[in-house]
Design a protein around this ligand. Structure first.
Ligand code: TUI
Length: 315
């Protein structure tokens, strides 16, 4: 069985995190992942404090296993959500899309294991100094908000720069990806795209169909002009957005307005015209519907088989 230091520390069976995907990572998905032996993570992004508290309680009714909460730092609710995780005694908090320095003291003092998602060595070193338990090094193959570096380079560079556990994310959806991440020095993986099609994922059926059908070149990145690049599936909406972004006559305010509500429309309504279907490059590998527990077990068993066959690479 694949295991690492983070399993004992976090009380999980498999070193697999589920990404805290906005509008997607709810009690249903997070509890299924935690029940399956991984770490389920609720998305704090699209909920205010009261809604998140309710979702945490729903999750607790569905699993007794540990789960985490992701605080998306660009969210208008980040401040109130940062207090909810303390009040609710959440054991693990991940952060995304920014620098979590503002909240780290109160979280670590409350005994929370803080695991920021980082896209650079500089941020990884900074959060290590401030008491982060681990980091998720997320490369630009990921869906959603991304940094500049690829997973291959970022994970390796972060692993060599810090002395805390590194969890790899971005472009990982099977045992080969997991084994590769461990070879780079990671001791866990976070997956988002593969969990989009989990039975317990409540994303709209249209979303799941798009992911299942997507090939390797079916995502694109928009939002660079606004300073927050986002990877999504190629659809009429994302192509139109990209064209407008390249058009100097379209103002940044107009672009901001276009993107508003698009994540909810994709996840909840399956709106193929106006929704933004965030998805990673590895979608081409995601072709099967399974339960969250089956996904976690099969990824870890594939990685284990690869490690067992590793001596064949050495003469
Ligand atoms: O946060 C994510 N993925 C997301 S958040 C999201 S919601 C959204 N909606 C519209 C526009 C933008 C976002 C959808 N997907 N992943 C974690 C992540 N964090 N990826 C990259 C980063 C990151 C990037 C730069 C973290 C820190 C950073 O620099 C911070 C600094 O100030 O140094």
């Amino acid at each position: 069985m694949i295991k690492s230091k983070i399993c004992d520390d976090l009380g999980i069976k498999y070193p697999v995190f589920q990404g805290g995907m906005a509008w997607i990572a709810d009690a249903s998905l997070a509890s299924a992942v935690s029940e399956g032996g991984g770490l389920g993570i609720l998305a704090g992004m699209n909920m205010n404090g009261e809604q998140l508290t309710e979702e945490i309680r729903r999750t607790r009714r569905l699993t007794k296993n540990p789960f985490g909460v992701n605080v998306m730092l660009m969210s208008p609710y980040a401040e109130e959500v940062s207090d909810v995780v303390i009040r609710e005694h959440i054991p693990v908090v991940t952060t995304g899309a920014g620098n979590p320095a503002l909240y780290m003291k109160k979280w670590t003092e409350a005994g929370i294991k803080v695991i920021p998602v980082v896209a650079s060595v500089a941020l990884a070193k900074m959060v290590e100094r401030r008491g982060a338990y681990a980091v998720v090094a997320e490369g630009g193959e990921s869906g959603g908000h991304i940094g500049e570096l690829s997973t291959m380079a970022l994970v390796r560079e972060v692993c060599s720069a810090v002395n805390i556990p590194v969890i790899a994310a971005g472009g990982i959806a099977d045992g080969n990806g997991m084994a590769a991440a461990f070879m780079l020095g990671a001791c866990g993986v976070q997956m988002g795209t593969r969990f989009l099609v989990a039975d317990e994922c409540t994303a709209h059926e249209n979303y799941k169909q798009l992911v299942l059908k997507a090939g390797d070149r079916d995502t694109l990145v928009t939002g660079r002009r606004l300073g927050h690049p986002v990877r999504a599936l190629k659809t009429n909406f994302s192509r139109m957005y990209k064209e407008k972004e390249a058009d100097g006559a379209v103002s940044s305010e107009e672009l901001e307005g276009l993107g508003k509500g698009a994540l909810r429309l994709a996840a909840k309504e399956g709106d193929l015209q106006n929704g933004s279907f965030l998805c990673g490059e590895i979608a081409g590998l995601v072709t099967k519907r399974q339960s969250a527990a089956e996904i976690i077990r099969s990824v870890c068993e594939e990685a284990e088989a690869l490690f067992r066959s590793a001596p064949s690479f050495v003469d």
